[in-house]
Design a protein around this ligand. Structure first.
Ligand code: PLP
Length: 403
């Protein structure tokens, strides 16, 4: 069947909540994807930061195949070995003390909020606690995650949203200090804002927010769903700043394609928050995702992926800086590790550039306000950065002539 026929069929059956790119992806190999028509694409989006290992990693695929034949699901009424080992490894690399596995990022945020609320409730018996979140943040599409998402367009049709949430300005400590009080149970932020346009938190901001939390007995929740799992050059971006959260949310690359997320608690929060009956999930942390997470963490360690990211991301950063110097309509480069963005002048629409890239065999997505987002598999090499830059520059050259 022709790709166009597949797309037609999709638009008749699947709820139209996405304006999809006109391509039907069929298979992947390394850092390349292939359409049903055989066309090859260099992937600089990694399924929105999920496919850290790229495609067709034999060790990972074999581990999943073995687990499928052994045991897929048991429910959380019983113990299973893969998830116990995955939990051990995840706590080890994160330095957090306890983990709860979910099926998605949004669910990890839901759990994080519930843990913070229960912690505050046990302390003073009140249910009038407030949460401070950030403008331009993104934490997911479920009602609880939406309640802390600082994007009016996403929120408005679904208001009133649960809880009392106030929004501060990212990287502006005074704006947080102005909102925090004894009712604040948590301050939630992405260590690097993703959807909002690729803004890394400054060390001063993170340190300051942590201090405000301590002073007011609030918990720091860091959303590491997009920037975590090695993308920043550290296993988790906060580790690069030495600011440990009380609660951390993780997902996307955690399963490298298998739907799994997690929220992790520091010991003092785990001891005094969610107890049997407070939270649960049918699928969450089943043996199949356990086998995936366990293997992903093994491969990260064996291949020293965080070190690789530190090296190759320096190369990507320099390339993007060169591009910024060359083209007057590139306003800024921002980012951390292999999570980078370049902001374009409004007269060069990032969405249009993204579509032209696709035509030229490069998968590149957008973020925030006219930002091109670079979120490749962590296993990319310098030659892939060169290939990406070559395609992008060809497209930019045409715009340079026009502007
Ligand atoms: C993707 C994302 C989420 C939501 O994750 P889902 O798995 O789509 O629910 C939350 N926070 C951040 C920072 C994200 O990038």
């Amino acid at each position: 069947m022709e790709a166009s026929a597949w797309m037609d069929q999709a638009e008749h059956t699947i709820l139209h909540t996405y304006n999809r790119y006109p391509v039907v992806l069929d298979h992947g190999e390394g850092v390349y994807l292939y359409g049903t028509d055989g066309k090859k694409y260099l992937d600089f989006a990694a399924g929105i930061g999920v496919q850290a290992l790229g495609y067709g990693n034999k060790e990972y695929n074999d581990a999943l195949k073995m687990q499928i034949d052994k045991l897929l699901h048991t429910s959380n009424l019983y113990y299973n070995q893969p998830i116990i080992e995955a939990a051990e490894k995840l706590c080890q690399v994160s330095g957090m003390e306890r983990v709860f596995f979910t099926n998605s990022g949004a669910e990890a945020i839901e759990g994080a909020i519930k843990a913070a609320k229960k912690y505050a409730y046990l302390k003073d018996g009140s249910t009038r606690h407030e949460i401070i979140a950030m403008e331009h943040s993104f934490h997911g599409r479920t009602l609880g995650a939406l309640s802390v998402t600082g994007n009016a367009r996403y929120r408005e049709p679904f208001e009133p949203l649960p809880g009392i949430v106030k929004f501060a300005e990212y990287n502006n400590l005074d704006s947080v200090a102005a909102l925090v009080n004894e009712k604040t149970c948590a301050i939630i932020l992405e260590t690097v804002q993703g959807e909002g346009g690729i803004y890394p938190a400054t060390k001063e901001f993170l340190t300051g927010v942590k201090r405000l939390c301590k002073e007011h007995g609030a918990l720091l929740i860091l959303d590491e769903i997009q920037c975590g799992m090695g993308r920043s050059g550290h296993m988790f971006a906060w580790q690069g700043h030495g600011v440990k959260p009380d609660i951390m949310a993780c997902a996307k690359a955690l399963g490298c394609g298998v739907p799994v997320g997690a929220f992790l608690l520091a010991g003092h929060v785990a001891e005094a928050s969610l107890k049997p009956g407070d939270h649960g999930t049918t699928y969450g942390g089943n043996p199949f995702v356990g086998a995936a997470v366990r293997k992903v963490l093994d491969i990260f360690q064996e291949q020293k992926l965080t070190e690789h990211v530190q090296q190759v991301s320096g190369y990507l950063e320099r390339k993007l800086e060169q591009i910024k110097e060359t083209y007057g309509f590139v306003m800024e480069r921002r980012g951390l590790g292999l999570m980078q963005g370049i902001e374009l002048d409004p007269k060069v629409p990032a969405a249009k550039i993204s579509r032209l890239c696709l035509e030229q065999g490069l998968i590149l997505i957008t973020a925030g306000n006219n930002v091109l987002r670079f979120l490749p598999p962590l296993v990319i090499e310098e030659k892939h950065v060169d290939e990406m830059a070559g395609i992008l520059q060809k497209i930019f050259d045409k715009y340079q002539e026009k502007t």
